[in-house]
Write a protein that binds this ligand. Structure first.
Ligand SMILES: Nc1ncnc2c1ncn2[C@@H]1O[C@H](COP(=O)(O)OP(=O)(O)OP(=O)(O)O)[C@@H](O)[C@H]1O
Ligand SMILES: [Mg+2]
Length: 335
């Protein structure tokens, strides 16, 4: 007499032909049941790809196992597709660096874009996910044209490229900059798409993630999508920004995300008229956040616009460009 447990054991070692992993490894066994009356096995199995040939090949293998080897008279088999998350992607070998702040408007998107470009300049293969789903600004910061991305044959999104950084943002998926109201299942779908269904360069090494502001559920739900994410917390010198940045840091810790360090943005203004070092937004925010979170202060960025060419991306020989380079080196040496 074959029990459900034994049947499951036998099914688990079958190989999903598209990814060459066992069903135990893919997690593709959805249901195992036995209809005793009709001596029938009932199975619901998810496969890596619902490719017809693959499904046919797999059906033959499973029918042989159930009927010939295990002696069942009948088989009721349902096949479905694995979720993008289950399929996994190249992303296992990628380091995810999320940029969080708590308070909005402190320079998160500017910093995410500049760090990604700095890594690309250093020769690394870099991607950027604009996970600020409701206020996507990365295409604007990088001065990219808004256009719909193309898809691959197996429905993956092909990211755009700017400054050798591969970029994906909800700004590319909506028309006329209409505000988004995605919640619940729809939000999950879009995040699944962003984190697990993008056709990145297969040699990608780093993905920078512009996280949404806020310390509430939505911000944390989005962060929770990338379990292996390392976090950089951005603050200004101002106590209010610092207080919320600490809260964001503790939120990340709750998700077991490692915090790499803190960046203090808009630290000071080097007045070109008199060369005074002016502390426009006060001082101490960066150090205070770093101390409370027990991580290093990675750098302080001055209040400045890039000198030429681009309105947000600094060159490496400008003071902020040098700070970005120093921060990049600290991130690289972290692993
Ligand atoms: N160091 C800086 N010096 C001068 N302006 C800056 C600096 N950093 C950012 N800014 C400007 O401040 C504004 C907000 O920056 P940014 O959009 O990067 O912040 P954010 O934290 O991503 O905001 P949001 O919460 O809206 O996503 C932008 O206009 C940006 O150009
Ligand atoms: Mg932003």
């Amino acid at each position: 007499m074959i029990t459900k447990e034994l049947l499951r054991e036998k099914i688990e070692v079958l190989v999903d032909p598209t990814c060459n992993k066992t069903l135990k490894e893919t997690g593709g066994i959805r249901y195992v049941g036995i209809d005793d009356e009709n001596n029938r096995a009932i199975l619901i199995i998810a496969l890596d790809k619902k490719d017809l040939d693959v499904a046919k090949q797999f059906k033959i293998a499973i029918t042989k196992l159930v009927k010939l080897d295990l002696g069942f008279k009948g088989l009721k088999l349902e096949l479905e597709d694995l979720t993008p998350k289950e399929k996994g992607t190249v992303l296992d070998k990628v380091r995810y660096i999320g940029i969080a702040s708590g308070k909005g408007g402190v320079g998160k998107s500017t910093i995410t874009a500049n760090l990604a470009v700095t890594f690309a300049r250093l020769g690394y293969k870099v991607g950027l996910i604009d996970a600020d789903i409701y206020g996507p600004s990365i295409p604007n910061v990088l001065e990219m044209e808004i256009q719909n991305p193309k898809g691959t044959a197996d429905e993956k999104i092909i990211p755009f490229n700017k400054f050798d950084v591969e970029v994906i943002s909800t700004a590319f998926l909506i028309e006329d900059n209409r505000p988004l109201m995605w919640r619940g299942p729809m939000l999950n779908k879009i995040l699944e798409l962003f984190f697990y269904n993008v056709e990145w360069d297969s040699d990608l090494e780093y993905i920078f993630v512009d996280l949404p502001p806020g310390t509430g559920d939505v911000a944390l739900d989005i962060q929770a999508f990338i379990p292996q994410c390392e976090i950089i917390v951005v603050t200004t010198p101002h106590p209010t920004a610092a207080k919320i940045a600490v809260k964001a840091g503790f939120g990340a810790k709750q998700l077991n995300h490692e915090i790499i360090g803190v960046i203090e943005n808009m630290s000071y203004f080097q007045n070109p008229e008199n060369d005074h070092h002016e502390l426009i937004f006060g001082e101490g925010g960066g150090n205070s956040v770093a101390k409370q979170l027990g991580v290093p202060l990675l750098g302080k960025l001055e209040i400045a616009q890039p000198k030429a060419d681009h309105h947000s991306i600094f060159k490496t020989d400008e003071p902020n460009g040098l700070v970005y380079l120093s921060i990049a080196k600290q991130i690289l040496h972290k692993k």
